[in-house]
Design a protein around this ligand. Sequence first.
Ligand SMILES: [Fe+2]
Ligand SMILES: [Fe+2]
Length: 139
Amino acid sequence: MAFDTKKILALLNEGLEMEYASHIQYVTQAAVTRGPYAEALISRFEEIAGDEAEHAKIIRQRIVALGGVPTTNVGEIQIHKDSLKAVQINLKYERDTVEFYRKLLNLLPPDEPILYEAIEHILEDSQEHVEELERLADE
Ligand SMILES: [Fe+2]
Ligand SMILES: [Fe+2]
């Protein structure tokens, strides 16, 4: 294999922890958020949470395909019931995620297309999440 499997597995597990954390963060915020924009945000957060669960599934499958063991650890979670604060927390998280997957993608050889395209897909979704949250946060 044209890359350091051990290193890539460690990074994929790091990504998996982030996906679990962000899924829990969105569904919990959807449950607790209050205020004039709550209704729109609840459905948005729940929809994005679905994307995060899909990302976690994709990463779990790639970890197993590389001979690794998917982590059950969950990254750091921040919750806020104020809707704007929740959006800002998620925006920061998504921006960090984009940075993380960009770096990971640069470590992957294009001759590993399944893995490469899996991470590319997750990166694209994360960039879409950043765009949507930027609009919601007016940033
Ligand atoms: Fe994600
Ligand atoms: Fe995301």
